[in-house]
Design a protein. Structure first.
Length: 201
C-alpha cells in the first residue's frame, strides 16, 4: 500500500477510535445518572461496535475493555444488588464477553468485506488484462510480421527485436531457453567431429 492511502487509513482509524471513546463517555455518563433504573449495559456495545468497525480490531478490543471497566465501576457504585457475589462476577464475565465478542465479530466482518472488495477489484483487473491480451492476439493473428532472414529478429515499428522481446512486449510472455533434440544432435555431432579432427592431428 502506498504511503498516501496508508496515512489516510491511519487517520480514519484514529478518528473512529476517538469518536468511539466519546460515544462511550456519553453512554457511561447516562448510565451513571440513571443508575440501574434504565439498564443501559446494552448501549455500551454501540461505541464498541463503532470503534471496531472504523478503528480496527485492536481499537475495538481496547474500547471493549474500557467499556467493561466503566460498567463494572458504575455497577459497583450505583448498580443493582445481588443475593450472591458470584452472580455479580458472573454478570461481569458476561458483560466483558459480550463487549469483546462484539468487537471481534465486527472487526472480522470489516476485514472480510475489505478482502472481498480487494479480490473483486483484482478479478476485474485480471479480466481487463485478459481482454487486452486477447485483443492484441487477434490483432497479431491478422497481420504480417517481418522477420530478418539472417538474425531472425522481428521488426516492431522502427525496431528490430528478438523473438523473446517481441513475446514479452506484446503478449506478456516470459521466455526461457532449453535445447531441442535436433539442436543437441547438431551440437554433439559438431563436438565429436572437432574432437576427431584434433585427435588425427
Amino acid at each position: 500500500m502506498a504511503p498516501g492511502p496508508r496515512i489516510a487509513t491511519g487517520i480514519v482509524k484514529l478518528a473512529g477510535f476517538i469518536l468511539g471513546l466519546a460515544l462511550l463517555g456519553v453512554v457511561a455518563v447516562s448510565d451513571h445518572l440513571t443508575r440501574y433504573e434504565l439498564g443501559l449495559s446494552t448501549y455500551y456495545l454501540l461505541p464498541v461496535v463503532a470503534t471496531a468497525w472504523f478503528g480496527g480490531r485492536w481499537a475495538g478490543i481496547g474500547t471493549a475493555l474500557v467499556a467493561g471497566l466503566l460498567w463494572v465501576y458504575i455497577d459497583y457504585q450505583f448498580g443493582s444488588h445481588y443475593t450472591s457475589e458470584s452472580y455479580r462476577y458472573w454478570r461481569i464475565f458476561m458483560i466483558f464477553g459480550r463487549f469483546l465478542g462484539g468487537a471481534l465479530i465486527i472487526s472480522q466482518l470489516r476485514i472480510s468485506l475489505e478482502l472481498a472488495k480487494r479480490l473483486a477489484e483484482e478479478k476485474e483487473q485480471a479480466l481487463r488484462d485478459l481482454e487486452s491480451a486477447t485483443a492484441k492476439l487477434r490483432e497479431l493473428q491478422g497481420s504480417f510480421q517481418t522477420v530478418c532472414s539472417w538474425t531472425k529478429k522481428i521488426k516492431d515499428g522502427d525496431e528490430w527485436i528478438t523473438l523473446e522481446e517481441y513475446l514479452r512486449r506484446h503478449l506478456k510472455i516470459e521466455v526461457t531457453h532449453g535445447i531441442s533434440p535436433e539442436g543437441r544432435d547438431r551440437f554433439w555431432g559438431k563436438t565429436n567431429l572437432n574432437a576427431g579432427t584434433t585427435s588425427e592431428k
